[in-house]
Design a protein around this ligand. Structure first.
Ligand SMILES: Cc1cc2nc3c(=O)[nH]c(=O)nc-3n(C[C@H](O)[C@H](O)[C@H](O)COP(=O)(O)OP(=O)(O)OC[C@H]3O[C@@H](n4cnc5c(N)ncnc54)[C@H](O)[C@@H]3O)c2cc1C
Length: 454
């Protein structure tokens, strides 16, 4: 390069550095953006903003005050399954994950560092996953962590990411502000057992249709074993639920509720034997799958066995599963109220509250469902809050992407029967079965273009 070229390059870099420093200094002179909740959405929002030089004050109430489903003090705890669903781009949740990677997702970074074998799904070691996020967030120079329960909505630009188990007092204050009740459904988590308490002569390794060498442990039942198990399951004692208005979310229905709909219902659901024969001559009547839950391979969770049975009944009934007769439970299944807002009635197109447009709603509370979707709404809320902070207007995310389609759904879904939404191709504008590859290519291209405008 000529001397002039080098001179020009240095001039550009020093001007850029000066501009960068000025923006940075301007930003730190402004009040930080408040984020309530260091779960999946809150940590995504904090990471995005801090990485864009915007100071953040992140409030988290654990461990002083725990929710009924969290077990640790770590940020971004996965409260139930350790699966972030499909890795495949032709699955909408897989595509959403790729869009999030483009946008700089901490959830996707953490998942890459903590992945455990799980066939086509992206499953993680839950402790390594949240440890990664916890330390990145706590050590970020632009993030101040405040360890307390937020009871009233803080002043200034605020992202509320307090999740489906938002503490009561904050929930009441949000309701007061929006002028209507939050909606709720019941969600349940599945038990986790210790591997060395399982009978590995009875269980066998296999992934459905041999997607890989066999990430799952499987327990096959013959018809007689199934009928006995089924009978005990539907007659087992359930823990009491005190909230009669809430509904079950169909994607996370307790196994005993699903079973009560008919003797074969769970055999066509989580206990489906298809693609899981041990040998070609085997014809299992039902198969239960167990998925590795930690990187050191000592814990397994019972796939699809979210439950509201009492702890004693979980031990009694689930030990009837072949290979689990002596299973030690390190965590029992649990069921909880899961709150969300009636988004189309109370949110603007940029996830801010119609009642107060400097307050943004992220995560499950915004009306999406699932770990990945909640995280995605954390990134989106951060992008919109950044626009507010910088007094700019950003275009909405492309409706031909999964993240844009979810946002569009929150704004335009029917208010009357609004229900939380998972990532799926049905909500993407123009997507059909026949144009899947074009839909995927468009979504990723559009997200890249959108990112360059932010
Ligand atoms: C029991 C249960 C099981 C679930 N199982 C699954 C599953 O298997 N797979 C799946 O994809 N999705 C599941 N979900 C749904 C959902 O994806 C998760 O709940 C997800 O964690 C939601 O992300 P979030 O960031 O919105 O909330 P969270 O991850 O719950 O984060 C909210 C954070 O806010 C904190 N907080 C709450 N109130 C306050 C306050 N007032 N002040 C300060 N901090 C506060 C909480 O301690 C928490 O850390 C489940 C939900 C529940 C309730």
């Amino acid at each position: 390069m000529s001397t002039y070229g080098i001179y020009q390059q240095e001039k550009v870099s020093s001007t850029y550095f000066f501009l960068f420093r000025s923006c940075y200094n301007l930003n730190i002179m402004k009040q930080p953006i408040n984020i309530v909740g260091a779960g999946l959405a809150g940590t995504e929002a904090a990471y995005y903003l801090a990485n864009h030089q915007i100071p953040v004050r992140l409030f988290e109430m654990r461990p002083q005050k725990m929710t009924p489903a969290h077990h640790s003090e770590k940020f971004a705890e996965l409260v139930c399954s350790n699966s972030l669903k499909s890795k495949s781009l032709d699955n909408a949740c897989g595509l959403l994950k790729e869009e999030m990677r483009i946008l700089g997702s901490i959830t996707m970074e953490a998942a890459a560092k903590s992945e455990v074998p799980s066939g086509n799904a992206l499953a993680v070691d839950r402790d390594q996953f949240s440890q990664y996020i916890d330390s990145k967030i706590r050590n970020h120079p632009l993030i101040e962590v405040v360890n307390e329960e937020v009871k009233t909505i803080p002043n200034g630009i605020t992202i509320i990411a307090s999740g489906p188990l938002t503490s009561d007092e904050l929930a009441k204050n949000i309701q007061k502000l929006i002028g209507q009740d939050m909606l709720a459904f019941f969600d349940a988590s599945a038990p986790i057992v210790e591997k060395d308490s399982l009978d590995l002569d009875i269980l066998y390794r296999k992934s459905r249709y041999d997607q890989d060498e066999g990430s799952y442990l499987n327990s096959a039942m013959n018809e007689e074993q199934y009928r006995l198990f089924y009978h005990e399951l539907i007659n087992a004692k359930k823990a009491p639920i005190h909230d009669f208005d809430a509904q079950y979310f169909s994607g996370c229905m307790p196994i005993e509720v699903m079973a009560s709909r008919g003797e074969d219902t769970i055999r066509f659901g989580p206990l489906k034997p298809k693609g899981l024969r041990r040998t070609v001559d085997d014809h299992p009547y039902a198969v239960i799958q167990l998925r590795q839950d930690n990187a050191v391979d000592t814990l397994y969770n019972l796939v699809g066995f979210q439950t509201n049975l009492t702890y004693g009944e979980q031990e009694r009934v689930f030990r009837l599963i072949p290979g689990l007769a002596n299973a030690r439970f390190v965590r029992y299944g649990l069921m909880h109220r899961n709150s969300y807002l009636k988004a189309p009635a109370v949110l603007n197109h940029n996830l801010s509250l119609k009642a107060q447009d400097n307050v943004f709603i992220a995560g499950q509370l915004s009306g999406v469902e699932g770990y990945v979707e909640s995280s995605a709404m954390g990134i989106l809320a951060a992008i919109f809050a950044k626009a507010k902070y910088e007094e700019k207007k950003f275009p909405d995310p492309p409706i031909k992407s999964v993240i844009g389609a979810l946002n569009y759904y929150l704004h335009f879904a029917s208010i009357k029967d609004f229900a939380p939404m998972n990532a799926n191709f049905g909500i993407i504008y123009g997507a059909t079965k026949n144009n899947r590859q074009a839909t995927i290519d468009d979504a990723l291209k559009l997200i890249q273009e959108w990112k360059s405008l932010l």
